[in-house]
Write a protein that binds this ligand. Structure first.
Ligand code: GDP
Ligand code: IMO
Ligand code: MG
Length: 424
């Protein structure tokens, strides 16, 4: 598999980190291609349990290279903390990380702007992760951003950073105290950015060399397809494209080089932050799934909203990504729930145009029509054999496979690297 892309098929947190870590065994490099420190990819392996936010998940394995693509946004302060955390875990990443010089930097002012906007929106807030992601992409597309390569000329870099700081203080009318805190953060930001510039490279060239020498790469997506600004539940989305096609843009590789697209989805649905969620379970069953699945955000600790598996949306996201196979995760979490529901279609609001499949705010008005399947009692955590799964668990997987139209090759039965069933 010279070039494989892994993406999330739902609203993020599908277990991409676990699957990337697993599949990284046979590749040379893992390249993150979207988002920034809003992501939280949890890996449990080799005695570590760690959530990576910006570092590619493959770096947990000591012999893998890590690459950060140009469509990501990079928070240099958070990255340096993350690298220190890895060092404390005994994993040195210093010599194994390459970052695109074109990556836009998350200036601390972005977090202040985001916080002010979310507060202003009140009940209509997006419920962002507060990592300054939106304002950084806004700046990028207004052609006013700063990129890592800019830090190679420190005098100009410092001037631009100061101008962004001043603009933010004026725009938000920050108090002297808040302005002081921002300036302190900006000093650290400046220092860390300049320190990181040595890692800046043309990642397209790095990847081309790996592939030319018969090596292979894994492109690691962040967030999930329903958080994609084009295809997701706009405006309750993130700001970078998180579908498979975005990997080629970010990493500077042609689409013909991609031979597999792996879609990761949970055996149920979750979403963190606001926005439509047709199959959400707001009662005790939702709470039960949250507790059984430990559904709390890996980045912000927020409780995740939980609900039934939505085959309408999964079918849609499998299509927009062109996924060649699927990994289904957290199947073990459904053990003990007597009946499982799967959304087969929506009863559409009569005002909604039937010919147009909408994923915007009106998606929340659709009433899901469910099929009910029998559950299973047995604890399947850590199971590694398909034939050893209870019949109802196998039938549940096969049912979903048929609805999404894409083969389910891997079934995850626990958070650890080894908790996985392969189907041929
Ligand atoms: P990501 O953002 O897609 O990488 O997913 P997160 O790491 O944010 O969330 C997935 C959570 O589920 C993490 O806590 C994982 O350790 C955990 N996890 C992954 N696969 C499984 C599984 O099959 N079963 C259980 N019980 N937990 C899992
Ligand atoms: P991983 O990679 C789940 C959500 C936020 C919010 C919306 C916009 O771990 O799957 P942002 O801070 O990006 O501007 O927030 O997107 N969000 C995620 N939800 N997993 C993620 O990443 C997410 N990254 C962003 O909760 O609803
Ligand atoms: Mg996550």
């Amino acid at each position: 598999m010279p070039a494989t892309i892994i993406i999330g098929l739902q609203w993020g947190d599908e277990g991409k980190g676990k699957m990337v870590d697993h599949l990284a065994e046979t590749v040379d490099a893992v390249a993150r291609f979207s988002g920034g420190a809003n992501a939280g990819h949890t890996i449990e392996a080799d005695g570590h349990r760690i959530a990576l936010h910006q570092l590619p998940s493959g770096l947990i394995r000591p012999d893998k290279l890590g690459i950060i693509g140009s469509s990501c946004v990079l928070d240099p302060i958070a990255l340096s903390e993350e690298m220190e955390l890895m060092e404390k875990e005994g994993i040195s990443v210093a010599d194994r990380l390459t970052i695109s010089g074109k990556v836009h930097l998350v200036h601390p002012a972005g977090r202040y702007i985001e916080n002010s906007e979310e507060t202003r929106l009140g009940k209509s807030a997006v419920g962002t992760t507060g990592r300054g992601i939106g304002p950084t992409y806004v700046r990028k597309f207004m052609r006013k951003g700063i990129r890592l390569e800019d830090a190679a000329v420190p005098e100009v870099f410092l001037e631009r950073s100061a101008a962004i700081t001043d603009e933010c203080i004026e725009q938000l009318g920050l108090s002297a105290e808040l302005a002081g805190s921002l300036r302190e953060e900006v000093e650290i930001f400046n220092r860390e950015s300049i320190r990181l510039v040595d890692r800046a490279m043309d990642v397209s060239m790095v990847i081309a060399r790996i592939l030319a020498s018969e090596g292979s790469i894994l492109a690691e997506g962040a967030q999930g397809s329903l958080l994609d600004p084009d295809h997701g539940t706009y405006p309750f989305v993130t700001c970078s494209s998180c579908v498979a096609a975005a990997a080629c843009v970010s990493l500077g590789i042609g689409p013909v080089l991609i031979d597999e697209v792996v879609g990761v989805m949970k055996a149920y649905s979750t979403r963190v932050g606001n926005g439509p969620f047709p199959t959400e379970l707001t009662g005790s069953l939702g709470d039960r799934i949250r507790e059984q699945g430990n559904e709390y955000g890996a980045t912000t600790g927020r409780p995740r909203r939980c609900g039934w598996f939505d085959a309408v949306l999964a079918n849609y996201t499998a299509r927009i990504n062109g996924s060649t196979w699927t990994a289904i995760t957290l199947l073990d979490v459904l053990s003990g729930i007597p009946e499982l529901k799967v959304c087969m279609k929506y009863e559409l609001d009569p005002e909604i145009d039937l010919s147009l499949f909408e994923t915007g705010v009106r998606l929340g008005k659709h009433i899901p029509i469910y099929e009910t399947l029998p559950g299973w009692e047995e604890d399947i955590k850590g199971e590694r054999e398909w034939d050893a799964l209870p019949e109802n668990a196998r039938n549940y997987v096969l049912f979903i496979e048929k609805l999404t139209g894409v083969p389910i090759r891997a079934i995850s039965t626990g958070p650890a690297r080894e908790d996985l069933i392969w189907r041929t």
